[in-house]
Design a protein around this ligand. Structure first.
Ligand code: ZN
Length: 149
């Protein structure tokens, strides 16, 4: 990754952290889950309105580091109006990206800004917390999701 691209990605992360999109409780939600990453102290709730297997609306709220907040914010933008199956596939791609298993491709769109966390293993949990929580909300897992088993 070039230095200028890296800087651009950092700007996007800072912007999403300062002004998180779709932040707050979603009154109309019919699925939700709570997740935490004790290693960093990140904690968040994900709210979904799932209709006919499509995520017609979603939001999150919580407190965490810049990476966890930006990742959750970007996730809510990317997954709006996606089906449950599409959301699961995007989660898998995002997971592989931040684990350094797949190269950066155009197809990843906005998610690409978080590709840099692959160089910081402790940050991978911050970046994936919202996604694991979303997964739990989709499947109505009753327990609190933690990145530490
Ligand atoms: Zn964190």
């Amino acid at each position: 990754m070039s230095d200028s691209l890296r800087e651009l990605y950092q700007e996007v992360i800072i912007d999403h952290n300062r002004h998180p999109r779709n932040f707050g409780h979603l009154a109309s939600c019919n699925h939700q889950a709570e997740g935490m990453n004790p290693l960093c102290g990140d904690k968040l709730n994900v709210y979904l309105l799932l209709e006919n297997d499509r995520i017609t609306d979603l939001s999150f709220e919580g407190k965490g580091c810049a990476i966890s907040t930006a990742s959750a914010s970007i996730m809510t933008e990317v997954l709006k109006n996606k089906t449950k199956q599409e959301a699961e596939r995007i989660f898998q791609q995002f997971h592989d990206l931040v684990m350094g298993k797949i190269p950066l491709t155009m197809e990843l769109g906005k998610l690409a800004v978080l590709a840099g966390v692959k160089d910081y293993p402790a940050r991978v949990k911050c970046a994936t917390l919202a996604w694991h929580t979303l997964h739990a909300a989709l499947h109505d897992s009753p327990e609190l999701i933690s990145t530490e088993e």
